[in-house]
Design a protein around this ligand. Structure first.
Ligand code: ADP
Length: 320
């Protein structure tokens, strides 16, 4: 695990998850409070593996916001990139577990504090000191956090950070599918490394094909690595010089929440100190195997954050 700082930018929120599936949250006998938000999960994934991580974003100055900041700190994530909004509340997601295992979300974002992050509130010193700057898309949906997102990316790029992007499409949050596609693709060429899921690949290419041609239609000349994660089928990787796939691990899956974030955190923690790995297929395959192991382990427990592995857990799974 590398020693350089990985700054993860975006939202952190609390999922209220019913204890049983097939009924709405209001009808459930009980619920769990699960902290999440993809960029926060990535930061904790890095820290749990022994890496250096910071979360950059805005929380409400309320009970939930301070609880979330506490969770980051307890997990060893730097919290000096967090600002607290004095008026708006922390984002919340109310989850329904459908009988088929899929999740439906209703969000409290009216607006929530994360949406109100302003460019001038960014901790630029922190961003400039990072080696990797990672981000999602939810902060692109509205102003002023869209401007904050764009400014943070620009500052990171100027400072020589590797820019890592996971679109994390949450379609119901966008005004329309076209808007989502437009904003996601508008920052596409700024990223050095992009990870999409199979579902996002279909959405962005407007095609139901998940093959090399559709992945490569998203290629741009400045990109160093494009990854497509395929759940229990592992991942595919594309660089300028080579492409291939790495199989997933067989595990007893209970809840896939956070698997993609765990995968990204693992990958970033392994390349942060040595980006030449991105040009060396055999070393990259080893890193992706490690990332697949971390993703797999994350599916074996309920919730994202409690299920993120330590390095030794992933190494044990790899050894078999
Ligand atoms: P996302 O959460 O972004 O949709 P995936 O669900 O594809 O991403 O998961 C990311 C990675 O986690 C996969 O590439 C795979 O290595 C691992 N993973 C996810 N689901 C499973 C599973 N059911 N069994 C084993 N590994 C899994």
């Amino acid at each position: 695990t590398g020693t350089g700082l990985i700054a993860s930018f975006g939202e952190m929120l609390i999922d209220f998850v019913p204890t049983v599936s097939g009924v709405s949250l209001a009808e459930a006998p009980g619920f769990l409070k699960a902290p999440g938000g993809a960029p926060a999960n990535v930061a904790i994934a890095v820290a749990r593996l022994g890496g250096k991580a910071a979360f950059v974003g805005k929380l409400g100055d309320d009970e939930f916001g301070h609880m979330l900041a506490g969770i980051l700190k307890e997990n060893g994530v730097r919290a000096d990139g967090i600002t607290f909004d004095q008026g708006a509340r922390t984002a919340l997601a109310f989850v329904t577990l459908r009988a088929d295992g899929e999740r439906e979300f209703m969000f409290y974002r009216n607006p929530s504090a994360d949406m109100l992050l302003q460019p001038e509130e960014l901790n630029l010193e922190l961003i400039r000191s990072a080696k990797v700057f990672h981000y999602g898309s939810i902060s692109l949906i509205v102003e002023p956090c869209r401007s904050a997102h764009l400014k943070a990316m620009e500052v990171a790029k100027e400072a020589g950070c590797l820019l890592s992007y996971d679109p994390n499409l949450r379609l119901p949050l966008w005004p329309s599918a076209d808007e989502a596609r437009k904003h996601i693709l508008s920052i596409w060429e700024k990223a050095d490394l992009i990870k999409v899921s199979d579902v996002e690949l279909e959405f962005l290419t407007k095609s139901d094909k998940i093959d090399d041609a559709s992945a490569l239609s998203l290629w741009h000349p400045n990109l160093k690595l494009l990854l497509v994660t395929l759940g229990e089928q592992g991942c595919r990787y594309y660089t300028k010089n080579f492409k291939g796939s790495v199989d997933a691990f067989h595990v007893k899956t209970i809840d896939t929440t956070g698997a993609g974030d765990s995968f990204v955190g693992a990958l970033l923690s392994k390349i942060v100190d040595d980006q030449t790995i991105l040009e060396d297929e055999s070393r990259l395959r080893d890193v992706l195997k490690f990332a697949n192991a971390c993703g797999a382990i994350t599916t074996t427990q309920k919730g994202a954050i409690p299920a993120l592995p330590k390095e030794e857990d992933a190494l044990k799974l790899i050894k078999g």
